[in-house]
Write a protein that binds this ligand. Sequence first.
Ligand code: CAA
Length: 387
Amino acid sequence: MQVGIDKIGFFTPNKYVDMVDLANARGEDPNKFLIGIGQKEMAVADATQDAVSMGINATMQYLDKIEKDKVGLLVFGTESGVDQSKSASLFVKSALKLKPEVRAFEVKEACFGLTAALMIARDFVRVHPDQTAIVIGSDIARYGVNTPGEVTQGAGAISLLVKKDPAILSLNDGHSAYSEDINDFWRPNNSKVAMVDGKYSTQVYLDFFTNTFEGYKKQKNWNTRDFNAILYHLPFTKQGLKANRLAIADQDEATVKRLEDSFEASKQLSMRVGNIYTASLYMSLLSLLENKQLEPNSLVGMFSYGSGAMAEFFSGNIADGYEKEVNVNKTNEMLDGRTQLSVDEYEKIFNDALIDPIDGQELTSDEKSGVWYFAGTQNHIRQYRQK
Ligand code: CAA
């Protein structure tokens, strides 16, 4: 039985900063951000968008196309959780009006969270083939104004429906995992912004890539040339470019071209959204599907990395007719419809969003009609509303 990704929903908030403006404001050469880091625009979440609201909004993109009563599992992976106890899944379940019998919980391991959720969902559907699972990755990457990590911030969510006989990507058996207790990136409970050993984190990412990619090829008895595309967790696109260069070193010309072309297609959304932690790898998948024509059964390798650190390499095969499940115009409409912020406006919105609203204060959203948002707390209970 084939099990895998049947639907993909994507959401990013309605504001962004241009990287040339940010570079000028920080006294950097714009090419450092555009080429050296590989980012063009950065999504900015105001106080009314959080991991939960973005996760709901991503799932709403496909909710009317699925059989809701078949959803038996709802797992939410996030680094930007909104409660120390209650899972983000329960807020989402309520907004989506899923049945009470759904198993709903949250998982955490930095940017690895959505992969953990996907693997749990794959196994769940294998055991319960008549049920489906929704898995969500949703995050706001925050390092702080005027920090080296600032250019690698972002905000957004991906929601996946996992089922048997999937319409987009069937997941292959096996995986190559690797974990180590290290301190490359972390966020203490009392901090709204991440702490990071930036240069170290970029090197560990590459070491974990080599380890899991080589381990996976050995396990499956496959070669690099067998892959039609390799997708990466993209904290910023240059990081994925460096991993892809490792993957294609010493390969034949056709393999190099194929994997360079597919990487180019897979980084388009990340360049305009920035890092969305748990969902970044899956935004690369959406970007590939929207920007490249793939043959049915194409083999797609996937590298997931979560600081702290945990990495996994796995793969899937593209389903025949996957094109019907993606809509590049809808994605472009969301991105092109955003408001461009000046750096001053971004700084104010960013810093305001770090402060929790006073209990009882009603927040209003400037997102378009139909979009869910965080409306503040009532008796310290988070309120989510739809415009
Ligand atoms: N034109 C073109 N390129 C330029 C340039 C110019 N004018 N000026 C500089 N560059 C290049 C540099 O040569 C460098 O390229 P290489 O990496 O190929 O050497 C690149 O721009 C970046 O320059 P620096 O290394 O000097 O940049 P920095 O010191 O400002 O920091 C960073 C970069 C470490 C990535 C920092 O942004 C950061 O800490 N980011 C957050 C951490 C992060 O994203 N880590 C990724 C791995 S961890 C992970 O993946 C989990 C996660 O999501 C967080």
